[in-house]
Write a protein that binds this ligand. Structure first.
Ligand code: ADP
Ligand code: ADP
Length: 226
């Protein structure tokens, strides 16, 4: 089975805005997919529909072979990393990362073991007991990534996760992200308006414009207008 299947997906917001039109895409396990396009072209809306956060106006969206509407929130194999990270500023790094496991009422020892493992993987051991609002942008980005990964999703959805970082740090974290994705074999769907980022990271790029797909291609075949 495919990780994601989107057939003729459309989204019209209540105010009449057609945000996504005729979106067709199949994604297989372990792929790194980028949604690339200018602000307002429908990238985030599509990602939110895949996450189950936004209703679908038309078409059929399957996640690992099941219709998205038939999967309860706790059963969804997706995890999302938000643009602004959405961390709890007053909570420690450890508790931010463990939050999703607490919501699932995971037993404490198992929860702590999972949190420790991901802290180590992302090099956050030294700041584990610090409050999130005391940390740098790069550290917050890693915490957000850790929080998304600790629940062991099949599919990680990332909404412009590097947008708040300066250019140097963005390059560093890009490389880390790519290595991590390869190591874990998790499917990544990554939203960006930066072509260089899509080129550096993804196996396939979905180019969007005004709600529609303009092309889907691997980075080396990306057609760009002069
Ligand atoms: P992005 O960075 O993805 O372009 P925006 O800054 O455009 O996001 O939008 C931020 C938030 O405002 C999102 O939650 C989006 O759903 C909402 N939003 C965007 N456009 C509109 C609109 N025309 N009417 C209502 N809400 C909107
Ligand atoms: P992108 O992520 O590519 O910036 P979005 O998916 O955020 O694009 O937005 C696509 C279109 O839908 C835009 O025209 C935006 O203004 C509109 N939009 C986004 N969120 C909402 C919303 N909650 N209500 C109404 N319109 C929205």
């Amino acid at each position: 089975i495919h990780d994601l299947e989107l057939y003729q997906i459309g989204k019209v917001y209540d105010n009449g805005t057609p945000a996504v039109i005729d979106f067709n895409l199949t994604v297989d396990k372990g792929e790194f997919i980028a949604f690339l396009g200018p602000s307002g072209c429908g990238k985030t809306t599509t990602l939110r529909m895949i996450a189950g956060f936004e209703s679908i106006s038309s078409g059929n969206l399957m996640v690992r072979g099941e219709r998205i509407n038939d999967i309860g929130p706790a059963q969804r194999p997706t995890s999302m990393i938000f643009q602004n990270y959405a961390l709890f500023p007053h909570m420690t790094v450890r508790n931010n990362i463990g939050y999703g496991l607490d919501v699932k009422r995971m037993e404490k020892a198992q929860r702590n073991a999972k949190v420790d493992r991901i802290l180590e993987k992302l090099g956050l051991e030294d700041v584990a007991d610090k409050r999130c609002d005391k940390l740098s942008g790069g550290q917050r980005q890693r915490i957000a990534l850790a929080r998304g990964l600790v629940v062991e999703p099949d599919i990680l959805l990332l909404d412009e996760p590097l947008g708040a970082l300066d250019a140097n740090l963005r390059k560093t974290i890009q490389s880390e992200l790519k290595l991590l994705q390869r190591e874990l074999g998790v499917t990544f769907v990554f939203v960006t308006h930066a072509q260089s980022e899509a080129l550096a990271l993804s196996d396939r790029i979905v180019v969007m414009n005004q709600g529609r797909i303009e092309q889907i291609s691997p980075p080396h075949q990306l057609y760009t207008r002069p």
